[in-house]
Design a protein around this ligand. Structure first.
Ligand code: CA
Length: 230
């Protein structure tokens, strides 16, 4: 079993390496995000232990990029962060498990064994509406198989709409999901972003529509095939 440890704290990295080697694993260590990404892309690992805060690229960014490149080795994310949002961000980036620092070595190896028993699991895009497919692990949107380039906010709004396909979402709900700061209730920022998304999607497919539901909000629905584009 070959394990990659991506950790910039040299002492912790050395401790993990020594412990895991004594437990019979082959261990490589990377000290920066880009180096971790390169190793995990170039070589086959049975698992990756990935720190959150790293020079160059954060742990979640490394993980999301690995998933985008189709590398599915199980990832345990290490972090000093403890909020639920942070945990969700790590899991959304495609991490399989999550361990808060400080952690005990025996807990890490127990989690590692559980992941290794499960093995590498490829995850297909899970969200689909018409020709629009979203891979939340990689934060990647494709339309008819071609990547659609979106800003982080556009992605966040679209993912919410596709997850709740055929359900009307209020502007307030969309704001709460995609913006960190409370905007004034009258803010039209949601309408603006829905406008951006409509234009980008309409340029590529007419298989989905974001419908305005008057005085409530928006609903994303699939259009039946063979309708004429407007
Ligand atoms: Ca660190």
């Amino acid at each position: 079993m070959r394990i990659l440890v991506v950790e910039d704290e040299a002492r912790l990295a050395a401790l993990l390496q020594r412990g895991l080697q004594e437990d019979g694993y082959v261990v490589d260590v990377a000290g920066t995000g880009p180096d971790g990404l390169w190793r995990a892309t170039e070589f086959e690992y049975d698992a990756v232990i990935l720190d959150w805060m790293l020079p160059g690229l954060t742990g979640p960014a490394v993980c999301a990029e690995l998933r985008r490149r189709g590398r599915w080795a199980p990832v345990i994310m290490l972090t000093a962060r403890t909020s639920v949002e942070d945990r969700i961000e790590g899991l959304d980036a495609g991490a399989d498990d999550y361990l808060s620092k400080p952690f005990s070595y025996s807990e890490l190896t127990a989690r590692l064994r559980a992941l290794l028993r499960r093995g590498t699991v490829e995850r297909a895009p899970v969200l689909q509406a018409g020709e629009v497919a979203i891979d939340p692990a990689a934060q990647l949107v494709t339309v008819a198989g071609q990547e659609l380039s979106l800003s982080a906010k556009e992605y966040s709004v679209l993912e919410l709409l596709v997850r709740n396909k055929d359900t009307v979402l209020s502007r307030g709900r969309i704001l709460e999901h995609s913006w960190d700061f409370a905007f004034e209730p009258n803010s039209n920022v949601v309408d603006q972003y829905v406008g951006y998304l409509r234009r980008k999607i309409a340029a590529r497919t007419d298989s989905v529509a974001i419908v305005t539901v008057r005085s409530v909000g928006y609903r994303l629905s699939e259009r039946p095939a063979l309708t004429t584009p407007q």
